[in-house]
Design a protein around this ligand. Structure first.
Ligand SMILES: Nc1nc2c(ncn2[C@@H]2O[C@H](COP(=O)(O)OP(=O)(O)OP(=O)(O)O)[C@@H](O)[C@H]2O)c(=O)[nH]1
Length: 462
């Protein structure tokens, strides 16, 4: 199993006992009245020395080595053990694809394995002394761009993997290399680490590295990335050179720069948005028996929560009290944005808690809205039409009522007002009316589907 290592600095424990055990022993009558410690969670967080966090999406043309590179990173950082890799290698050999073993660390489902392409976003975690990273491994196959966008919408930066081998870089340029870089930019990603990969296949040629860096730099700066937010790193995922350790190959003696892990660690920390009002997407709802309180778990997108807080669940509009919190297998007093805690609740009927609902701060609730403007990236032809609008797992039927403008992918400038149709890969602004209200606010990501196909991904503007 992949996952975070256990030596993480955690928020202060309130008891040493596992919460699951302690609540098992309580009956409803015995549940003590929840007392808030009224902590200043922002100050507590700063004192805690909790590591900074970064989420990144891995993009690039099919077969340029994204999964292998990330598998290598996880393997070399001991997130995955030798036995698991040996097992994967054996499995890979039985179907004659032994070089794919490292990639399988990332691509874990059998469908992905038999096809040899990543079909969904694989989420993996690793950490250095300074930072906790989440990798969102995006598929390079052109049919799977919607999944890449799902990853990009959660990313602080992107790692663009480029195959340096003869002709591969060039065919990638005609393929998804540029397209992916543009798409993640239009979804708000500003920073790129360009991993010039498979350098072993070109004998660590300095000329090749420079040729690729220069061409990509010209393209990326024209696409509104700033030169100082792009870092080029030569590496080889398969051999592990310049991933977590320096290159030993004498032909690479010209390079004295950062390794991939150093570049990752040097990246600016993600903003946790702790000071904003609480927004937590409910990913799971459970109850361990009649006497146990109802519990929810999910990622805190913004803000913080502490024991004793009231939370409001939307769209139900019901409040609950946070009786206890668990995060990273510990009982804690508080949790902040970026963490995925379990909240044990009282004073709420579980019928008001559904997957995809939003738990928020009752003083600053997320609003329920029925119409909005969205910047969308079209995957298919988009017209004024009926669509299903998804915010995570929440869904409502709706209609695109107006196509306001098509936009420049890189700069957001208006290209054409009131287009009659938005073509695949175009970025545009549209107005959407919903049949029923959804909890949405500026900055929320939505997906538009029609007849079971994803036709666009959008960012709510107003
Ligand atoms: N020589 C060499 N081969 C590599 C390197 N990295 C990856 N490969 C090979 O390139 C092929 C594709 O690698 P993947 O990691 O599956 O590529 P991907 O970009 O994740 O592919 P998709 O998930 O299908 O988009 C495999 O055969 C790898 O073994 C490298 O550094 N050097």
């Amino acid at each position: 199993m992949l996952g975070t290592k256990s030596n993480v600095t955690k928020p202060k424990k309130s008891t040493g006992e596992s919460l699951a055990n302690s609540v098992d022993k309580l009956s409803v009558e015995e549940v003590p009245k929840v007392k808030s410690k009224n902590l200043n969670v922002v100050a507590e967080f700063e004192k805690s020395g909790m590591k900074r966090m970064a989420n990144f999406v891995v993009i690039g043309h099919v077969d340029h080595g994204k999964s292998t590179l990330m598998g290598r990173l996880l393997y070399d950082l001991n997130v995955i053990d030798q036995r698991s890799v040996d097992k994967l290698r054996k499995e890979a050999e039985t179907i004659g694809k032994s070089s794919f073993a490292l990639a399988w660390v990332m691509d874990q489902t059998s469908e992905e394995r038999s096809r040899g392409v990543t079909v969904d976003i694989a989420t993996n975690y690793f950490e250095t002394d300074k930072t906790k990273f989440t990798i969102l491994d995006a598929p390079g196959h052109k049919d799977f761009i919607p999944n890449m966008i799902a990853g990009a919408s959660q990313a602080d930066f992107a790692v663009l993997v480029i195959d340096a081998s003869t002709n591969s870089f060039e065919s990638g340029l005609k393929g998804q290399t540029k397209e992916h870089a543009l798409l993640v930019r239009s979804m708000g990603v500003h920073r790129l680490i360009v991993a010039v990969n498979k350098m072993d296949t070109v004998s660590w040629s300095q000329a090749r590295f420079e040729e690729i860096s220069q061409q990509m730099n010209a393209f990326l700066t024209a696409a509104s990335y700033t030169a100082k937010s792009i870092t080029f790193i030569p590496c080889a995922g398969l051999t592990g050179e310049n991933v977590t350790r320096k290159v030993e190959d004498p032909s690479a003696s010209w390079y004295s720069g950062q390794s991939l892990i150093e570049a990752l660690d040097a990246s600016e920390p993600a903003k946790r948005n702790i000071e904003k009002p609480l927004r937590m997407t409910i990913g799971d709802v459970f109850r361990g028996g009649i006497q146990n309180p109802v519990s929810i778990s999910g990622r805190i997108d913004a803000g913080s929560v502490q024991v004793g807080d009231a939370i409001l669940t939307m769209p139900a509009g019901e409040t609950a009290i946070v009786k206890a919190i668990e995060a990273e297998n510990d009982v804690v007093d508080w949790a902040v944005a970026g963490q995925i805690p379990t909240l044990h609740l009282t004073d709420i009927d579980p019928v008001h808690l559904r997957l995809g609902d939003i738990a928020c701060d009752p003083k600053h609730p997320v609003k329920l809205i029925k119409s909005f403007t969205s910047k969308i990236l079209a995957f298919d032809h988009v017209l004024p039409m009926s669509v299903d609008v998804f915010r995570g797992r929440l869904q409502a039927e709706g209609k695109i009522t107006a196509l306001t403008a098509t936009l420049n992918k890189a700069t957001g400038e208006v290209l054409k007002k009131k287009p009659r149709v938005i073509k695949p890969a175009e970025v545009a602004r549209v107005v959407i009316e919903l049949e029923r209200e959804l909890p949405l606010e500026a900055g929320t990501r939505v997906v538009l589907r029609e007849g079971g196909n994803t036709i666009a991904a959008g960012l709510l503007e107003a």
